[in-house]
Design a protein around this ligand. Structure first.
Ligand code: ARG
Length: 351
């Protein structure tokens, strides 16, 4: 299949490998979001008379078909496609003819990738906020259950004052509650539609950006089209920084648990299903998961730093460098998601 920008020559294969890199694989995660954005765009084109009702119906049918295929894990994106946007429009053109090309009227891939990422980030933020809230509840019930159990309070790691297990567990609950709140505030930032910003400078068509924003459930339009493109990477970094605070808290919790489960301390015992053994020392019950929680926390932090350093010196407008912010976004958010899940299990089974 040809590229959306296809000319009368083929791209050098080494350059193709270099520019596409693993983007087409990562883009599997954006297929559904792009389809939702594309449905909104198609409705927007119909709304201003560029598509007729029949054309809109075909496109909506095709895009819903792609969503179903994706849900069965059978929507392929090839390296030649470059990205999900090309694969999606290619599918529509193969199945429905010219109208598959017509959907590209008034939009650019930059616009599409921004819209898909925005939808993805908005959803992730809300999901993470809820999951972090659930972890708070688990920590709070742990705190309540053991409220009266004495535990040494330490400063400088030295025994300092008598304290309780309740105070210890509730401190993490309260800290994570604030971080979940912070995530909630971030979801407001992501709740603005970039669709219609095109390559960075808008298009000379009377697109109704408020209408398409509403189709996607955004409360508002990201007004300035150049800002809409310049916020690529920036919003990713803001989200990853938010994730980093959660990861940082969980890294500290991991460290407490690693220390306090040592036989020398013996405050806690970890659920055995969450520990690994040693191939040479059968007495071992290793907290590998907690150790990796510490290191994953620095993965999240480095993903945030990576995105910021990619965008820091870019001139305004779209630059292909933006593509390389996708991998740290997906890696850092995945690590955070897993951390939150793992600690739910850990606190549930902690003795
Ligand atoms: N994969 C590209 C990205 O993530 C898609 C946009 C390509 N746009 C372009 N003007 N080359 O940025």
């Amino acid at each position: 299949m040809s590229k959306l920008w296809q000319k009368d020559y083929s791209l050098d294969s080494l350059m193709e490998e270099f520019t596409v890199s693993n983007d087409y694989i990562l883009d599997q995660q954006l297929v559904i979001a792009d389809c939702l954005g594309s449905i909104a765009h198609a409705r927007g084109l119909h709304h201003i008379g560029i598509l007729d009702a029949e054309e809109l119906a075909s496109l909506e049918e095709g895009l819903k078909k792609i969503i179903s295929l994706k849900m069965e894990d059978s929507f392929p994106i090839t390296k030649e496609n470059e990205d999900c946007h090309t694969a999606i429009e290619g599918f529509l053109t193969d199945e429905y003819g010219e109208v598959g090309k017509k959907i590209h009227t008034g939009r650019s891939r930059n616009d599409q990738v921004q819209t898909a990422l925005r939808i993805w980030m908005r959803e992730f933020t809300l999901k993470l906020c809820r999951a972090t809230g659930e972890l708070c509840e688990t920590l709070l019930s742990f705190a309540e259950k053991y409220a009266e159990v004495p535990m040494p309070g330490r400063t400088h790691m030295q025994i300092a004052m008598p304290s309780s297990l309740g105070l210890w567990a509730a401190s993490y609950a309260e800290e994570l509650y604030d971080e979940a709140q912070h995530m909630m505030h971030l979801s407001w930032l992501f709740d603005q539609s970039p669709l219609g910003s095109a390559a960075s400078y808008g298009v000379p068509l009377p697109l109704d950006r408020q209408f398409t924003a509403e189709q996607m459930g955004f409360t508002r339009v990201q007004n300035n089209v150049l800002y809409a493109n310049n916020s690529r990477g920036k919003f990713e970094a803001i989200l990853l920084d938010g994730c980093d605070y959660i990861a940082l808290t969980l890294s500290k919790l991991a460290q407490d648990l690693i220390l306090f489960t040592l036989p020398e301390f013996g405050y806690f015992s970890l659920p055995k299903e969450l520990c690994t053994g040693s191939s040479i020392m059968p007495q071992k019950k290793n907290p590998d998961g907690l150790e990796l929680a510490r290191s994953r926390s620095s993965v999240v932090s480095s993903c945030a730093a990576r995105v910021k350093s990619i965008i820091r010196s870019l001139p305004s407008g779209y630059n292909r460098d933006f593509q390389d912010t996708k991998e740290p976004l997906l890696a850092g958010t995945k690590a955070t998601w897993q951390l939150v899940q793992i600690f739910g299990r850990m606190m549930d089974g902690l003795q």
